[in-house]
Design a protein around this ligand. Structure first.
Ligand code: NAD
Length: 265
C-alpha cells in the first residue's frame, strides 16, 4: 500500500477549511479519494461552489458544516454529521485558528478566550467526539495544525503562543491514548504561510511599527526563517496526507516543524 492510497474512501474532517491551509489540506485529502467535511466561515454561495467543485473534481463526497469551533455542542454535532454522511470519521485535521496581536497588558480578555477556544479547546472537542469511532475500527489519524509558535515564542502573541504550545502538549497526550488502537496523533508546526490570516498580520504589523508591508515581510516575518521563503499551503497539505498514510503508522506524538528552519536557531 502506498502513502497515496491510504486515505481512499475514508471519512475525514478538516476544521477551518474554507480558506488557507485548511482548504489546501481538504483539497489534498479529496485528491487522495477521501470524503471530506469542510468547516469554517465565509460567503455561503462561495462555500457551496467550493464544495461542489472539490466533490466533482475528485469524485468524492464533500459535506460542509458551519459549526463554530468555539462552541462544543456545535463541534459534537459536526462530528456526528460527518459520521452519518460518510459512515465513519477516520481522520481529522484540527486546523481552525485565529490570531490577535497585542501587548499582554492590553490584550482584550475576549480575544484571549476566543483564541484559546478556537485554537486549542476545539481540538479537544473534535478528538473527544471522533475517537470512539476510530477505536472501534482500530484505525485513526489525527493531525493538529499547531505552529512554529507551538515550539517558540514571539512578543505580543501571548494567547496564540499559549494555545499552540497547548496543542503540542495535547497532541503528545492523545498519541499515548490512541496508540493501543492504531490511532496516531501528530502536530504540524508551520512557519509563515501567506494565507489571509498572515495577510492581516502583515497589515497590522505595518501599522503597529509604521513600516511598509515589504519591510514587515523581510524584517519581521521571514527574519526567523533560515530559508527566506514562505511555507506553502501545498507543502503543508502533502505533509498532512503523509501523516495520514499507512507509511506513517509509527509516527505519533511528534510536532513536525515545516518552518524554513526558524525553530532550529
Ligand atoms: P485562515 O484565516 O486563512 O483560515 C482560518 C480558517 O479557520 C478559515 O476557514 C476560517 O473560516 C476558520 N475559522 C476561524 N474561526 C473559526 C471558528 N470559530 N469556527 C470555525 N472555523 C473558524 O488561516 P490559515 O493561515 O490558513 O490558518 C490555519 C491554521 O494554521 C491556524 O490554526 C493557524 O494558527 C495555523 N498557522 C498558520 C500559519 C500561517 O502563517 N498562515 C502559520 C502557523 C500556523
Amino acid at each position: 500500500m502506498t502513502a497515496a492510497n491510504s486515505l481512499k474512501g475514508k471519512g475525514t474532517i478538516v476544521t477551518g477549511s474554507t480558506s488557507g491551509i485548511g482548504l489546501g489540506i481538504a483539497r489534498a485529502f479529496a485528491a487522495e479519494g477521501a470524503h471530506v467535511m469542510l468547516n469554517g466561515f465565509g460567503d455561503a454561495g462561495e462555500i457551496e461552489r467550493l464544495r461542489q467543485e472539490i466533490a466533482t473534481r475528485h469524485n468524492v463526497q464533500v459535506a460542509y458544516s458551519s459549526a463554530d469551533m468555539s462552541k462544543p455542542d456545535q463541534i459534537e454535532r459536526m462530528v456526528r454529521e460527518a459520521e452519518s454522511a460518510f459512515g465513519s470519521v477516520d481522520a481529522v485535521v484540527n486546523n481552525a485558528g485565529i490570531q490577535f496581536v497585542s501587548p499582554v497588558e492590553s490584550f482584550p480578555i475576549e480575544k484571549w478566550d476566543a483564541i484559546l477556544a478556537i485554537n486549542l479547546s476545539s481540538a479537544f472537542h473534535v478528538v473527544r467526539a471522533a475517537l470512539p469511532g476510530m477505536r472501534a475500527r482500530k484505525w485513526g489519524r489525527i493531525v493538529n495544525v499547531a505552529s512554529a509558535h507551538g515550539l517558540t515564542a514571539s512578543a505580543f502573541k501571548s494567547a496564540y503562543v499559549a494555545a499552540k504550545h497547548g496543542v503540542v502538549g495535547f497532541t503528545r497526550t492523545i498519541a499515548m491514548e490512541g496508540a493501543p488502537d492504531g490511532i496516531t496523533c501528530n502536530a504540524i508546526c508551520p512557519g509563515y504561510v501567506l494565507t489571509p490570516l498572515v495577510e492581516k498580520q502583515i497589515d497590522d504589523q505595518a501599522k503597529a511599527h509604521k513600516i511598509p508591508r515589504e519591510q514587515v515581510i523581510r524584517d519581521i516575518m521571514l527574519k526567523q526563517h533560515a530559508i527566506k521563503e514562505f511555507v506553502t499551503v501545498e507543502d503543508l497539505a502533502a505533509l498532512a496526507v503523509f501523516l495520514c498514510s499507512n507509511a506513517a503508522r509509527t509516527i505519533t506524538g511528534t510536532a513536525i516543524a515545516m518552518d524554513g528552519g526558524w525553530t532550529q536557531h
